[in-house]
Design a protein around this ligand. Structure first.
Ligand code: KDG
Ligand code: MG
Length: 402
C-alpha cells in the first residue's frame, strides 16, 4: 500500500483551519488537523514544502515509522509548527488504518474504556452577574462541568470574555488586539466569583477556571489557596511552564488541582511536571503534540503518576482534532475530562462528523476511522483571513503573558 497524494486545505468558516488530506493507492483517504492559531500559514508551508514530498510513495500503514521519520529525520525537533505538521500526518494515517480495518479509531487503540466522554463548556460573562447566569445556562444545557471566566472590574478585555457566547473566539483581529492586565484586580475578584457560583449552584457541578499564564508561582499559590473551599475541578495554566520547576512552589501552597499543557508540544515539556506530581491534569492535545502516536505516550507516562488527561479543545482545534480526541478519550484509561468549546454551525458544516453531545458527555459514533470528514466544495467558499490572538500589557505598558 502506498501514499499517492497529500494536499493541504485552508478554510475559514468563521475562523481559520488547516487540514491535511492523504490519499492512497487503495482509494482510502485520511484527514488530519494542522491548525496553529494565528500562525496557520507557517504550518501550511512546513507541510507543503517539507513534509508532503517525503510522504509520497511511503506505506501509510507504517504510522510509527513515519512519525519517527518526521520527528528524528527533521534533525530540528519539537516546536508548535513541526509538531502540528506531524500531528496532521499522524491523525490522517490513523484515520486510514482504522478505515482499512473497518473499525472506529477507539477500537483500534484498544477498545472502549467508557460509555461517554465528560466535557466542560465555556461560560463567560462581562461581569459577575452575567457570568453567574452563563454558568446556569450551561447547567441547563446538561453540562456537568463548566469553566467560568468573567470580566474583571478595572480590567478592559479580560481573558476568556469574548463578544460571542457559545462561540467565543479569541483570534479576533487582523493584527493583535492590545489588552491590559492587572494581577491585583484579578486576585481581588476571582474568589468572590466562585463564592457566588457555589452559593447559587451548590457543589454538584464541576467548576473550572483558566488563569491563562498570568501569575507568578507565589501568586498562583495564593489563588489556589483562596479557592480551596470552592473545590474546583482544576485551575489551569496558573503560571508559565517553560520552567517546569516553577510548579513546585505552587504545589507547596495549595491542594487545588492543577492543569497545564495546552501549549506543550512533546513529552519533554511535561516530563518533570508529571514525574514530580506537580500537576493533576495534563492538557496536551492531539494537534499540539504530534498526534495520537505521541499523545498516547504522554498519557501512558502520566498514568504511572496518577496524572489524568484533560485535552485542550478550544475552537482553534478543528472538528478533526475533536473527533480524534474523542476516540482517544473513549479509550485512554487515565482520562480526566475533555474541553469542548462548540464550533460554529458554518464550521460544523465544513467538517461533517458523527460525535454528539448528550447529557454532559460527548459520544463518538461507530464510523470507521475518526469519524470526521471535510466537505472540500464548501471549504473552498471560505478563503483564509488573517486573524491574530491578542497580546497583553501591564498598566505601565510593559508586555505580559496573554
Ligand atoms: O488559541 C488559543 C486558545 O486555544 C486558548 O486561548 C484557549 O486557553 C484556552 C483554553 O483553555 O481553551
Ligand atoms: Mg487554556
Amino acid at each position: 500500500m502506498k501514499i499517492t497524494a497529500a494536499r493541504v486545505i485552508v478554510t475559514c468558516p468563521g475562523r481559520n483551519f488547516v487540514t491535511l488530506k492523504i490519499e492512497t493507492d487503495q482509494g482510502v483517504y485520511g484527514i488530519g488537523d494542522a491548525t496553529l492559531n494565528g500562525r496557520e500559514l507557517s504550518v501550511v508551508s512546513y507541510l507543503e514544502d517539507h513534509v508532503i514530498p517525503c510522504l509520497i510513495g511511503k506505506d501509510p500503514r507504517r504510522i510509527e515509522d513515519i512519525w519517527q521519520y518526521l520527528y528524528r529525520g527533521a534533525y530540528w525537533r519539537r516546536g508548535p509548527v513541526t509538531m502540528r505538521a506531524i500531528a496532521a500526518v499522524d491523525v490522517a494515517l490513523w484515520d486510514i488504518k482504522a478505515k482499512m480495518a473497518g473499525m472506529p479509531l477507539y477500537d483500534l487503540l484498544g477498545g472502549r474504556s467508557r460509555d461517554g466522554v465528560l466535557v466542560y463548556g465555556h461560560a463567560n460573562g462581562a461581569d459577575l452577574s452575567e457570568t453567574i447566569d452563563e454558568v446556569g445556562r450551561y447547567i441547563d444545557m446538561g453540562y456537568k462541568a463548566v469553566r467560568a471566566q468573567s470580566g474583571i472590574p478595572g480590567i478592559a478585555l479580560a481573558y476568556g470574555v469574548g463578544r460571542g457566547k457559545l462561540y467565543y473566539e479569541p483570534a479576533d483581529a487582523a493584527l493583535p488586539t492590545e489588552t491590559v492586565w492587572d494581577t491585583r484586580k484579578y486576585l481581588n475578584f476571582i474568589p468572590g466569583l466562585f463564592d457566588k457560583l457555589r452559593e447559587t449552584y451548590g457543589f454538584d457541578v464541576e467548576l473550572l477556571h483558566d488563569v491563562h499564564h498570568r501569575l507568578t508561582p507565589i501568586e498562583a499559590g495564593q489563588l489556589g489557596k483562596a479557592v480551596e473551599p470552592h473545590k474546583l475541578f482544576w485551575l489551569e495554566d496558573v503560571t508559565p511552564a517553560e520552567n517546569q520547576e516553577a510548579f513546585k512552589l505552587v504545589r507547596q501552597h495549595t491542594t487545588t488541582p492543577l492543569a497545564v499543557g495546552e501549549i506543550f508540544n512533546t513529552i519533554w515539556d511535561c516530563k518533570d511536571l508529571i514525574a514530580n506530581q506537580y500537576i493533576d491534569f495534563i492538557r496536551t492535545t492531539i494537534v499540539g503534540t504530534g498526534g495520537v502516536t505521541h499523545l498516547r505516550r504522554i498519557a501512558d507516562f502520566a498514568a504511572i503518576y496518577q496524572v489524568r488527561t484533560g485535552s485542550h479543545g478550544a475552537t482553534d482545534l478543528s472538528p478533526v482534532t475533536m473527533g480524534a480526541a474523542l476516540h482517544f478519550d473513549t479509550w485512554v484509561p487515565n482520562f480526566g475530562i475533555q474541553e469542548y468549546m462548540r464550533h460554529s454551525e458554518e464550521t460544523d458544516a465544513v467538517f461533517p462528523h458523527d460525535y454528539q453531545f448528550n447529557d454532559g458527555r460527548l459520544h463518538v459514533g461507530d464510523t470507521p476511522g475518526h469519524g470526521v470528514d471535510i466537505d472540500e466544495t464548501l471549504a473552498a467558499k471560505y478563503p483564509y483571513r488573517p486573524a491574530y490572538l491578542p497580546v497583553a500589557r501591564l498598566e505601565d505598558g510593559a508586555m505580559w503573558n496573554w
